[in-house]
Design a binder for this molecule. Structure first.
Ligand SMILES: C[S@@+](CC[C@H](N)C(=O)[O-])C[C@H]1O[C@@H](n2cnc3c(N)ncnc32)[C@H](O)[C@@H]1O
Length: 490
């Protein structure tokens, strides 16, 4: 983003920050009877809105209600199937922006969002639905996408679908009258919503952020300003070992010069003796990425450890670790079951992160080969292998696709391939090499069933059958859903 663009958005942000309290109360008064939507199919381009009374006839995969209007299907945030509502529609060119003005006939699935920031934040998309309706929506999403393969199993749900996130990051800023605020961004903006609690975060993590926010003034820690490039503290990232109770605090700053750091660390750990480690991460780039390249340990060992499926895992600040460990145990349990290991197999754990799935599978396999792009995560995986006394697993750093191409070219063998790629799925280099390697089983773990279905279509065209699909609710209150599938060679 250019500086010029940043400046323009800052002016808007300041104005929005000033109006925020007023606007929020207004929405809170209204939302029970008249849910407010503020995100549509396109940016609102300022044309006069038409209000239409429409009935919702379905759901989009991202949790919005679908309505038909003038021969078009439009998405309406916060609208539920079966509901009739007044909807403001703005059209410019071929784009439409919709806003839910008033629900005239509410659905029995409608719930009052417990979070006061829900309609402003956008981090969650489904708090206006009760739990069983959320489960049904995710089930329907996976069922629909997996129709060409096999009927998915019932979704594995979470008993207490709150407080589950073991990782959070909050951003800091200044209001016009130079009060420090901190919280999450409002949806589709870089405007900070000043908040002390996000009800899907680990509560302890939010308490630590609240303490830091309170300490910033006395330590003269100025929040970083994206537009001017001035200031020090950009974000605080917290990782919590839900089983171990260990906590990592990462202070993300624009500069390595941290005056008073020893006193700051002393004061923070005095207030929160449960903190295991504190790091300073330097991010001096004009970027929306949270973490920069350099980091320095200020307190403790720089990593935390957590227990998952009976094994211990060390986690670095930049390594991926599943954000909902209670549901991850269910997910990994099904993945290992689907791998049908007898103790002899060579298993590839592709996109392995800190080695979690591969190391858990290693107890039932002949040999595990893990591959991962992030070098910190690979270092963690190797350490985790030693820590758990595993001697039949090897981990390599590199692109999973290139690694598999090399394996296929060398004529290497694999009995089972487990893959767990990022949201955009795998690539043809990887999938075509799987086909060449001819593993008996492929276990595909995914946080995006859309790309999972796309990739499985390729494997099915090239000699595999999908035998089982298990959806897991790893991200309650949001529209995201995880799914694991078992494919076997015909
Ligand atoms: C969804 S995470 C899964 C990690 C791990 N399996 C777990 O359950 O914790 C995806 C991982 O893929 C890694 N990754 C992203 N692109 C990659 C690539 N091209 N090759 C190898 N690994 C990649 C990311 O760094 C991340 O650790």
């Amino acid at each position: 983003m250019s500086k010029r663009k940043n400046n323009a958005s800052f002016k808007k942000s300041n104005k929005e920050q000033k109006q925020h309290g007023k606007k929020k109360n207004h929405a809170a008064q209204k939302h029970q009877a008249k849910p407010q939507g503020n995100q549509g199919n396109s940016p609102n381009q300022g044309k006069k809105a038409v209000t239409a009374e429409l009935t919702c006839n379905g759901f989009s995969n991202d949790g919005k209600g679908l309505v038909d209007w003038e021969g078009k299907q439009l998405k309406v945030p916060y609208l539920l199937p079966g509901e009739t509502a007044e909807i403001a529609i703005t059209k410019k060119g071929k784009y439409y922006n919709t806003k839910l003005k008033r629900v005239l006939k509410p659905s029995k699935d409608r719930a009052k969002p417990p979070c006061p920031y829900y309609y402003d934040c956008g981090g969650c998309q489904l708090q206006h639905m009760n739990s069983s309706a959320q489960d049904q929506l995710k089930q329907n999403t996976v069922d629909h996408l997996m129709k060409p393969f096999v009927k998915p199993e019932p979704i594995m749900t979470m008993d207490h679908p709150w407080d589950y996130r073991n990782k959070n990051h909050m951003t800091f800023g200044l209001t016009r009258n130079r009060q420090i605020i901190g919280g999450l961004y409002a949806q589709n903006t870089h405007r900070i919503i000043d908040m002390d609690r996000c009800i899907i975060h680990d509560p302890k993590a939010d308490q630590i952020v609240h303490t830091i926010k309170g300490m910033m003034k006395s330590f003269k820690m100025i929040p970083y300003n994206e537009d001017s490039g001035q200031g020090f503290l950009r974000h605080v990232l917290i990782k919590v070992g839900k089983a171990s109770g260990e906590i990592m605090v990462v202070l993300v700053a624009a500069s390595p010069i941290f005056k008073g750091k020893n006193n700051f660390v002393k004061a923070l750990t005095k207030e929160h003796p449960e903190i295991s480690t504190i790091l300073l991460n330097i991010n001096d780039k004009d970027t929306s990425m949270v973490l920069g390249d350099q980091e320095k340990v200020l307190y403790g060992k720089g990593t935390i450890t957590d227990t998952l499926c009976g094994m211990k895992f060390e986690i670095s600040p930049k390594s991926f670790y599943q954000i909902n460990p209670a549901q991850t145990e269910k997910l990994y349990g099904r993945a290992v079951e689907m791998a049908e290991l007898t103790g002899k197999e060579t298993v590839i754990d592709a996109y392995c992160g800190i080695g979690t799935i591969g190391l858990i599978a290693s107890q039932k396999a002949g040999k595990v080969i893990g591959v991962e792009l992030n070098k910190d995560a690979v270092r963690d995986a190797i350490r985790n292998s030693k820590r758990n006394g595993v001697n039949n697993a090897r981990f390599y750093q590199g692109d999973a696709g290139e690694f598999m191409v090399q394996m296929a070219n060398h004529g290497d063998k694999a009995d089972v391939v487990i893959l767990d790629p990022p949201r955009n799925g795998s690539d043809e280099a990887f999938l075509s090499s799987v086909v060449k390697l001819k593993p008996k089983r492929v276990v595909y773990v995914s946080c995006n069933p859309e790309t999972q279905a796309r990739d499985m279509k390729y494997l099915v065209k090239n000699g595999y059958t999908v035998e089982e699909i298990q959806p897991v609710d790893m991200f309650p209150q949001t529209h995201h859903v995880e799914s694991v599938a078992k494919l076997v060679r015909k």
